[in-house]
Design a protein around this ligand. Structure first.
Ligand code: PMP
Length: 401
């Protein structure tokens, strides 16, 4: 059992959040850490509520069109501009030679990327879509849902050996295990395929910003950057104009664009975020904790507590991450992923272990192309849920439900 000071070192609810089910006592109920919700950041945005408020009048935003001069004509210019401003501020991606295409979350842009890349190919067969395991559990289902004749899911990139065209998804930092990644198929086969770089988590609260990413097709999402998953805004930075046009066409066929109300809100929140840094630089003030620093502190605290509890628990293993210098925060740091990838020390099923022993719902390694020994839990869940999880984990030898 873990000494109680691990859990009492900080107030239990120091994320400033309450449980999803505030009236129900958590002690005996199931805790859901399966989904990738991002509510941990809510306490920061509560402090900024008024600054981020937007008013949209009844006479505004009627048209489908935002900017006929842009490849992505339904994108509001102020959203495009603030996306570029945010990347310039953080230094995590090159936007100079890229076209920005927005989507209903990066999920829709993933579908659009598959369509654009595969419809530009001469292959008579569906193109193989691969990612190195453990890969984000959404990719296989999203790839195969419409049984497209253009592309098909072909599993783990590490074992892919077909002499056929392929698209490799490179997710860095990776969901579920937080690893930093590069393409793997080209090394094995000695030839380049088409690449989608999913950089949803390449932001300074999760990982040191070591370079400006500059790939042909990069996906980002508002969901993981600021935590506003519910707004459903994602963006792609695409070098090839034809690919950007095809992606835009896909989104038009699928949803005739992206809600302008959502675009307006996302643009406002990103503007407030960028302004707060500009203001700080101007004033030379280090007093107020800004979004990325605040969020990083919360995630880091959770990781530190989880590592302590896991060390004492003895049944589970967590991955370790190398440190690196972050060009944005100007300090060396570890990666603090949005998910913890837990492996059972013994050869047992991780999901059953967590469900039976702790009444915790987690996502099985099977869904990520790994074995059932591993499970993924959400590190950005509500404060009460996360702390109850730690409490159960630390008392595991004594609890019996
Ligand atoms: N890519 C990765 C790696 C993700 O983890 C997620 C969400 N869990 C997505 C894409 C989809 O994000 P969005 O909310 O923008 O659709």
């Amino acid at each position: 059992m873990v000494a109680n000071n691990v859990l009492s070192a900080a107030p239990l609810n120091n994320d400033g959040l309450s449980s999803s089910n505030t009236n129900a006592p958590l002690q005996n109920s199931f805790i859901n850490l399966d989904q990738g919700d991002t509510v941990l950041f809510e306490s920061y945005w509560r402090k900024m509520s008024d600054e981020c408020a937007v008013v949209i009048k009844g006479c505004e935003l009627l048209s489908y069109v935002s900017d006929n001069a842009s490849v992505c004509w339904f994108m509001k210019p102020e959203l495009r501009d603030v996306i570029k401003r945010l990347h310039a501020l953080v230094g995590n991606a090159e936007t100079q030679d890229g076209h920005i295409v927005i989507g209903n979350g990066s999920t829709q842009l993933f579908h659009a990327s598959l369509f654009a890349l595969s419809s530009s190919s001469n292959s008579p067969n569906p193109i193989n879509v691969v990612a190195a395991s453990p890969y984000y559990s959404g990719y296989p289902d999203e790839t195969d849902i419409v049984c497209s004749s253009l592309y098909k899911w072909s599993g783990d990139a590490k074992v892919y050996d077909k002499n056929e065209e392929y698209i490799e998804i490179v997710t860095s930092p990776n969901n579920p295990d937080g690893s930093l990644r590069r393409p793997v198929v080209n090394k094995k086969l000695g030839r380049e395929g088409k690449l989608i770089h999913d950089l949803a988590y390449y932001w300074p609260h999760y990982t040191p910003i070591t370079h400006k990413a500059n790939h042909d097709l990069m996906l980002f999402t508002f969901s993981k950057c600021t935590g506003h998953s519910g707004s459903r805004i994602g963006w792609a930075i695409v070098k090839d104009m034809d690919i950007a046009k095809k992606m835009t066409r896909y989104i038009v066929m699928n949803s005739i664009g992206v809600s302008k109300e959502s675009q307006t809100r996302a643009a406002k929140i990103m503007e407030v975020l960028c302004d707060s840094y500009d203001q700080n630089f101007k004033l030379g003030s280090k007093n107020s904790e800004l979004f990325f620093e605040y969020s990083k502190r919360l995630i880091k605290e959770r990781w530190e507590k989880l590592r302590e509890v896991i060390k004492e628990n003895g049944d589970l293993i967590l991955p370790k991450f190398p440190g690196a210098y972050c060009n944005f925060t100007k300090e060396s740091s570890e990666t603090y992923p949005a998910f913890a990838w837990l492996m059972c020390k013994k050869d047992e099923d991780g999901v059953s272990y967590l469900e039976k022993e702790l009444k915790v719902l987690a996502r099985s390694g099977n869904r990520f192309g790994s074995g059932p020994r591993c499970t993924r839990i959400n590190m950005l869940s509500r404060g009460d849920d996360f702390h109850e999880f730690l409490k159960r984990l630390s008392n595991i030898k004594e609890i019996s439900y």
